[in-house]
Design a binder for this molecule. Sequence first.
Ligand SMILES: Nc1ncnc2c1ncn2[C@@H]1O[C@H](COP(=O)(O)OP(=O)(O)O)[C@@H](O)[C@H]1O
Ligand SMILES: O=P(O)(O)OC[C@H](O)CO
Length: 497
Amino acid sequence: MKESYILSLDQGTTSTRAIVFDRQGHSVAIHQKPIRQIYPKPGWVEHDPVEIWESARECIDGVLLSAGIEATQIEAIGITNQRETAVIWDKHTGEPIHNAVVWQSRQTADICDKLKLEGHEDVIRERTGLRIDPYFSGTKVTWLLDHVAGARERASKGELLFGTIDTWLIWNLSGGLVHVTDYSNASRTLMYNIFERRWDSTLLGLLDVPAALLPEVRSSSEVYGHTDPSCCGGVAVPIAGAAGDQQAALFGQQCFEPGMAKNTYGTGCFMLMNTGSEAVRSKHGLLTTIAWGVDGEIEYALEGSVFVAGSAIQWLRDGLEIIETAAESETFAAQIDSTDGVYVVPAFVGLGTPYWDSDVRGAVFGLTRGTGKAHLIRATLESIAYQTKDVAEVMVEDSGINITKLRVDGGAVRNDFLMQFQSDMLGVPVERPTLEETTALGAAYLAGLAVGYWKDKQDLGGQAKVEKRFEPTMDEERRSELVKGWKKAVIAAAAFK
Ligand SMILES: Nc1ncnc2c1ncn2[C@@H]1O[C@H](COP(=O)(O)OP(=O)(O)O)[C@@H](O)[C@H]1O
Ligand SMILES: O=P(O)(O)OC[C@H](O)CO
C-alpha cells in the first residue's frame, strides 16, 4: 500500500506555502509562492483574494509534484492563515467585492476612534478579549460595507459572505459549498464572544454588520467538507483542520500545557502562552484569545502582538534597498559591535502590545555623522528583539509565570544575530527547533487528528528537537542601558504625532 500524508496549506502575509507531512511530522516537500502587497495609501495594506486562492491551488499542485505523490495519498488538508484579514465576496459568483483588507492595515482607524469615543471599549474587551484597534476584522468589515458601492444593499439581500482567509480558502477548496471558520479565527474578528462562544449581536450592532454575512464557527479539528473536483487532481480530499497561524504554531510547537509559550517571527511577531481552559484577562495590553477547540474542549491563550518584525527587514530590502536579501541583514549587523546609540522604532502601522497606539509612526533616533548602513540594519534587527522583550515583560506580569526559555519559529529565526540578541535582551535561552515550519505542522496535526491519521496528542511524537540554543551572554548593566534607550525611543516616537 502506498504511504499516506497530510497536506498543510499555510497562507501567510507574504506568501502561501503548501507542505506535505508524513506520520513522523517530517516535512516531505514544500511549495511556496509569494503574494503581492498592495499599499493603496500610507498605512493601508491590501491583498488580492483571487491571487491568494490561485496561489493556494498552485502550491497544492506544486507540492504534490515535488513530493512525487498523488492526491489520493493525501488523507486530509489542514489550513492555517494570516489572521484578521477580511474578505467579502458574492455568494453566487464567488467574486470578491474588494481587495482583502489586511490585518496590518490602518484604514479603519477612524471607525475605531468613533467606537472609542462612544465608550464601547469595555464591552468589546469583556466579550472578545480584544481591544478596539484596526488590527481586528470587525471594523474592516464595516469599512468594506460602507466603502464599496452597493455593498450594504447586497449584504441586506443576503448576497454576500464574509470570511477571514481560512474561510475564503475552505469555501474555494470546497467549490463554494462550505462557509465555515474555526474558533481560533473567529476569536480575532471583534464580533465573536469568546466566553459564550457565539457571534455577539450587541457587537454586530455596534459594527453594523449583518449576521447573514458570517460563517458558521466550528472546531479546529474536524471534517468541514471535501475538495471540489476542480482542485487537488479531482480527488475529494477531506478538509479537516483550521486554525489561525499563531495558534497553529502554538499547536505545532506542542505547547499543550498551561504556561507553555512560543514566539513566532514572521511579518510580525506573536508571542502566545497557553492558559488552558481558563481565559486569563490581561491588565497590560495582552489579548485573550481562543487557542483552539479540539474534541469539544476549548483552550485559551494570552497573546502579545507585534505588528512589524520581519516586514521591517523587507523595508530595508525593498524600501531602502540597503540589503539585497533578508539574510544579508545578519552579515551587516555582525560587522559592528553596537549600533552606537541608534534606535529604529518600526511603528509603520502603529504599535501593538503593550502600547496599542495606532497613530504612532516609525522613527529613527541617535543618528551621528558616523552612522552607516550597518548601524541602521542592526538597529532594525534589534528593534524586533526589543518589541518581543516588551511583550515578554507583560506576559510574565499577567500570567504570573516566569518565562525560563523561549521556543521560537517563523522566517526570521534563521537570523542567528537576532536570536542571540533576543536571548541577551530576555536573559533566558532561546530555543530554535529543527523544524521551522511549526505553523504548517500545527495545521497538519489538527487535520490529521480529525481523520485518525494520528490517534491523539500523545501520538504526535513530542516536541521537535532543538536545532540551536542561544544562551544569554550580555551583562545586566549593558542590557538595562540598551533597554532604557529603547524605551526612551518609543516614548519619543509616540510623542511625535
Ligand atoms: N535571515 C533573516 N533575517 C531576518 N529576517 C528574515 C530572514 N529571513 C526571513 N526574514 C523575514 O521573515 C519574514 C518571512 O517569514 P514568514 O514566517 O514566512 O512570514 P509570514 O508568514 O508573515 O509571511 C519576512 O518578513 C522576512 O523579511
Ligand atoms: O503572516 P504572519 O505569519 O506574520 O501572521 C500574521 C498574523 O496572523 C496576524 O495576526
